[in-house]
Design a protein around this ligand. Structure first.
Ligand code: ZN
Length: 226
């Protein structure tokens, strides 16, 4: 099993300075890649390290970086900020068959602080996923199909909400980032594929072809019929 991620060594003041530097840069910050230590640390819970205005500006910046990438989620550590803030949004036009197989429905923009999830029920789903901090790669990850997320809203109120299907996958992926976990930690490593190879061989709504040919998840019970 993997080691637990160490907590960020950043003080509240250093976290705020890091955010202020990024906000004042005048351009979109780069997304840090695997190997950067911040991606392997537990981010600090948000507890007022930023002013309300700074937090709003950070969330707006994260939204723009997510759109520019483009992606369906972004966690603050991916900008080098060890703080438990994530943004999620999925409004992509998806092929109807893929949307049905993956249970992928549009997710309105959502910003969450200090999120924690737990599985609801025992149903699991297995699909390829990628990460903006692991450019050019995809791998299959088995995840709970439904989760309940506890989080704080940017205005500070505690909230709880359930997510299913692809939305639940996004929620888990981004929440994991805030604990120093990346999707490859949970992935079926024999499925690991470069984007070009994925497009050439395994681009289908489900994972059936890749599973048989690459040799992973031999006993998984809940695969879509594709
Ligand atoms: Zn990611």
């Amino acid at each position: 099993m993997n080691q637990a991620s160490p907590p960020t060594p950043f003080s509240p003041a250093r976290i705020r300075e890091t955010v202020q530097e990024i906000l004042s840069a005048g351009s979109l910050p780069p997304i840090v890649q695997a190997g950067h230590p911040v991606l392997r640390q537990q981010a600090a819970a948000f507890d007022g390290q930023l002013t309300a205005t700074e937090l709003d500006q950070l969330i707006d910046l994260m939204r723009r970086v997510m759109h520019e990438a483009p992606g369906v989620g972004l966690a603050a550590p991916q900008l080098g900020i060890p703080l438990q803030v994530a943004v999620l949004e999925d409004k992509f036009d998806v092929d109807p068959e893929a949307a049905a197989v993956r249970n992928r429905t549009p997710l309105e923009f959502l910003a969450v602080l200090n999120p924690q999830y737990r599985a609801v029920g025992t149903h699991a789903a297995a699909f390829f996923e990628g990460c903006l901090s692991l450019n050019g790669l995809q791998a299959v990850v088995v995840r709970p199909e439904r989760v309940r997320l506890k989080f704080d809203e940017p205005q500070g109120l505690p909230a709880e909400r359930e997510f299913t299907g692809w939305q639940a996958r996004i929620v888990q992926h981004e929440t994991d980032h805030l604990q120093g976990t990346m999707y490859v930690d949970r992935a079926e490593l024999r499925s690991l594929s470069g984007n070009a190879e994925y497009a050439a061989y395994w681009a289908e709504p489900g994972i059936g072809k890749a599973r048989a040919a690459l040799g992973f998840l031999p006993g998984f019970p809940d695969l879509p019929k594709h």
